[in-house]
Design a protein around this ligand. Structure first.
Ligand SMILES: Nc1nc2c(ncn2[C@@H]2O[C@H](COP(=O)(O)OP(=O)(O)O[C@H]3O[C@H](CO)[C@@H](O)[C@H](O)[C@@H]3O)[C@@H](O)[C@H]2O)c(=O)[nH]1
Length: 414
């Protein structure tokens, strides 16, 4: 077996719900639990036997991923990781088809396809084993979600004894099943014949590009879900591998906070040496906390659980941080309190101030409702925001470069 992998990274127009953070970093590179979102995908892929090549496919500028790719090459010398740029958004299966020659080079027999905007334990080795035990062309990772959120996803109805998918419906209007697609797939390479068939069904919508390759006309995308998975289910060639581990989407900026917590909890179980520990004369650490080696934390500060502290951060005496991500070069003055928040690069949090959000209990949701109105649950400060001493910022989104001189609540500060 000689599998390859693809990570669908999307492009700049797709990160809008991730604002204001995506104004400064493309969503796939936003750090959670101390490393870029897609590094978690790559770490899981690196454990798949014989997998040597990972292709990131998206429509960002080429330069966006260059330094990430250099770092990844150093960390994984046995993996060949490249970025392939779509000339425009081609849809979730359009890039697979457009770059089919690159993907099929070296005759792989299987291809993993992972959405960049999901977080989970990526049980890829178990998925591969399950895939090789049936006669399907695709195994899709599935998870159970609460009934009322199921129609935000691709829904699957499967035979419990064989895991064969009988129906696949993308974001149905009414309830079909609470077993949903996680956006993680393993395909046999024969899938490219199915893509060809699906294209033939869309006849008349194909043109030839300057390299003589078939591409789709403007605005006509090839959708993995509707154009490929649905017919595969109808042909009984789609199987599901259900995971009981955590799974989350990363759509809004606020969703990075629970995802950060889940990855940190996972690290606490698998690689606790990567996390901060209580040491004599050091700050108080509660639960899973990641601190970049260049950060300086006052011994009288208290951090955790579920906290990531980025490079060159300074946390002052008596400060308290929990359930939050503090990005590079942030200066947190003494006795400040940060709860359920993301603090953007180079921000300054004054003495005795509070930056806080409200924890949301809802699965895969980061907004809460108050008096019938949807309010922001995670407080997010964009890059270079300054919060004056003794100020409270609660349930707010603050755009970059703002100087907050008085308290605010449930606001978008523009
Ligand atoms: N390269 C590329 N990537 C794309 C494009 N369009 C979307 N993507 C990437 O494909 C992934 C899916 O994005 P969406 O199109 O926004 O779909 P969704 O609403 O997240 O729903 C999909 O994912 C759910 C799981 O998270 C599924 O449950 C659902 O069925 C569907 O596949 C993201 O990682 C996104 O960046 C494109 O044109 N080109």
């Amino acid at each position: 077996m000689n599998p390859k992998a693809i990570i669908l990274v999307g492009g700049p127009s797709r990160g809008t719900r991730f604002r204001p953070l995506s104004l400064n970093v493309p969503k796939p590179l936003f750090p959670v639990a101390g490393k870029p979102i897609i590094s978690h995908h790559i770490a899981a892929l690196s454990k798949v036997e014989d997998l040597k090549e990972i292709l990131l496919i998206g429509f960002f500028e080429d330069s966006v991923f260059s330094s990430f790719l250099q770092d990844a090459a150093r960390e994984y010398p046995n993996l060949h990781i490249r970025y392939l740029r779509e000339y425009q958004s081609l849809g979730t299966a359009g890039g697979l088809y457009h770059f089919r020659d690159e993907i099929l080079r070296g005759n792989p027999d299987q291809v993993f396809v992972l959405h960049a905007d999901v977080a989970c334990t990526f049980p890829l080795v178990a998925m591969k084993k399950a895939h090789e035990g049936h006669r399907g062309l695709c195994t899709i990772l599935g998870t159970r979600v609460p009934r009322d959120s199921a129609n935000n996803f691709g829904c699957l109805v499967a035979k419990p004894d064989t895991n064969e998918v009988l129906h696949y419906v993308e974001k149905p209007e009414s309830f079909i099943s609470n077993l949903i697609s996680c956006g993680v797939y393993l395909f046999d390479c024969a899938i490219f014949d199915e893509i060809r068939k699906s294209l033939e069904n869309k006849k008349g919508n194909v043109e030839t590009d300057i390299y003589g390759r078939e591409v789709f006309q403007d605005g006509n995308k090839l959708r993995l879900e509707q154009d490929l998975l649905r017919p595969l289910a109808q042909a009984r060639k789609l199987f599901v591998h259900e995971t009981k581990d955590f799974w989350r989407q990363i759509k809004t900026a606020g969703s990075a906070v629970p995802v950060n917590g889940l990855y940190l909890e996972q690290l606490l179980q698998t690689n606790p040496e990567k996390l901060a520990k209580n040491t004599p004369g050091g700050p108080e650490i509660v639960g899973a906390v990641y601190i970049h080696p260049t950060a300086q934390i006052d011994p009288q500060a208290k951090l955790g659980p579920n906290v990531s502290i980025g490079p060159n951060v300074f946390i002052g005496k008596g400060a308290r941080v929990r359930d939050s991500i503090v990005l590079d070069n942030v200066d947190v003055k003494q006795n400040a309190c940060i709860l359920h928040a993301i603090i953007g690069w180079n921000s300054k949090i004054g003495c005795w101030s509070r930056v806080e959000g409200t924890p949301s209990a809802a699965h895969n949701s980061t907004a809460v409702t108050k008096s019938g109105l949807k309010i922001q649950s995670i407080t997010i400060l964009g890059k270079e925001v300054s919060v004056k001493d003794e100020t409270i910022i609660r349930n707010c989104i603050v755009l970059p470069h703002k100087d907050l001189k008085s308290s605010c609540e449930n606001e978008i500060v523009m």
